[in-house]
Each structure stands twice: as C-alpha cells, then as structure tokens.
Design a protein around this ligand. Sequence first.
Ligand code: 3HC
Length: 284
Amino acid sequence: MGIQRIAVLGSGQMGNGIAQVAACAGYDVVMIDIQQEFLDKGLASIENSLARVVKKDRMTEEQANAAIAQITTSIDKAAAADADLVVEAIPEIPELKFSTFAELDQICKPEAILASNTSSISINAIADATNRPERVIGMHFMNPVPVMKLVEIINGRDTTPEVTALVVEASECMGKVPLACNDSPGFVSNRILCPMINEAILALQEGVAEPEAIDGIMKLGMNHPIGPLALADLIGLDTILHIMNVLHEGFNGDPKYAPSQLLQDMVAEGKFGRKSGSGFYIYS
Ligand code: 3HC
C-alpha cells in the first residue's frame, strides 16, 4: 500500500502550502500546529491560494472545496499516529527538529515515513534522533509551494531506496518534479542560491549599485523571475542568514560562505523582508 494519509507538521508559509498541494492531490491531510490560531491562519492562506487558482480557471470551485475538505487540523501531534507520511515544516531550530522527530518516532506507526522540509539542517542528524533512520528523508519544497515545481529529495545515509521511491511517487502525485541529492550542507538548492543572494547583498553593501539595479540586472540579464534581493525578502533575511551560517560552519569556515555584514545588520534590526514589512524593499 502506498501513501494515503499525510500529516503536515507546521501550518506556516511552507506547511500550509504543503498541506494544500497534498490535499489537491487527493491525500487525506492532517495539518498540525501548536496553536489553533496558527492553524486558522494556515487554512485561510490555503483558501486564498486556491481562490487564485479558481480565478485563473485552473480548478473549479467544487474542486477547491473538495481539496479543503480533505484537510483536518489538530493541535496534538498524536493526530499523526495513523499517517503514512509525515512532512515536518516547523521552525529551523536544530534542537526543536531533533526532539520533534524523536517524539514522532514514538507516535507514528513503524512503517510511517518521516520527512523533513528543512532547508539546511542535516538529514542524518535528524534521522539519528529516531530509531528508524532508514525511514527518514528530506522533502524540501520551494516557496511559494503551490507554484514552484521542485521538491528536492534528500537521501540520508540510511534512507532505503523503497522510502525514496515512495516519496518520489507522492511528490509527483502533488504535481511536483522531485530531484534527489545526498545530505550535505545546504543540499544543492541553498548551497547555490544563498551564496548568490549573499553576493548580491555584498554588491549593495559595497555601493556597486542600488537594489533596483541589482535586481533588474539579474532579472533582465539572466532571466531570473525576480531579482536576488527581492527573493531574499520573499524567503526571509533571517532564513538566508541562518543558511549562510550553516554553510560557513559546514564547510569549515570557508570565507566564501561568510554572511555579509549588511545581511547580519539588517537581521539584527528586525528587517526580515516581506514578513516584517521591510527588507531591501518596503511592503505595506
Ligand atoms: N498560490 C497560488 N498561486 C500563486 C501563488 C500562491 N501562493 N503565488 C503566486 N501564484 C501564481 C499567480 O496566480 C500567478 O499565476 P499566473 O502565472 O497564471 O498569472 C503566478 O503564480 C505568478 O504570480 P504573480 O503574477 O503574483 O507574481 P510573479 O509573476 O512575480 O510570480 C513568483 C511570483 C512565482 C513567486 C515569482 O516571483 C518567482 O518565481 N519567484 C522566485 C521564487 C523562488 O525562487 N522560489 C524559491 C525560493 S528558495 C526556497 O524556497 C528554498 C528555501 O529553503 C529558502
């Protein structure tokens, strides 16, 4: 039997997007968070996102309502007990991930697959917090989840080919293109993306160009959909800083991964990008 029931842990930007694409694929989904308020916000985001899809005539209102009806919510992790696949999308705090996976290992049935949407924490380290490292895998969705095609699949040291195959199949059912890599700092996506963004911030810091010019050069010159500074605002500057620190430490202090001073200063000032209302641009 393949995957039928999916538990998504975390109802934030990534978690609610994952719950949405899983529900649209027809899976039974339970979205779990620590407060009902967070779950309500997550459900509202899903409704808004599906309304956009309906407006574009890519889905009927009935299909959107059917997808929403596939999602239940809970503030108790025990709701993941009968899931075939758990996708964790909680904050990027290593100790929190490890304790959560240790708890899920106790709660979930032995054959359940435990996946992490981590953008930077080692899948091997997460797997080591459980007694089922062969059933732990990285399932790294991209932001905004309903739109972006990629799921970066990260195989841990012990992940079995059967688990990878099941997760690849589930990703494809969700309309995504899964591409696999091995566990390594930043995996592939963030190892390449975040140093590029950091370099754009360095160019700004050194007065090479204004933000609009830096972004325009990358958009018009390289066909990027948005510029690196606007993308940093979308991802969150705190997240970019965190990933740069993971790369810097993970590659033994190699200076090419050192986070720029401007990035550090902006995060210290609470300028996180879109989510805080200001970053390289102002959001109302
Ligand atoms: N739900 C449903 N549809 C959505 C949506 C959402 N949340 N957000 C955007 N869309 C749809 C829009 O309806 C629109 O549809 P259309 O093409 O049929 O008109 C389409 O997506 C484009 O949206 P907009 O017209 O509003 O805006 P843009 O043209 O600027 O596109 C974007 C928005 C798709 C986000 C585009 O700017 C983009 O591709 N940006 C780069 C995103 C990116 O690189 N993401 C990866 C980040 S890295 C990451 O996530 C890893 C992590 O670990 C850091």
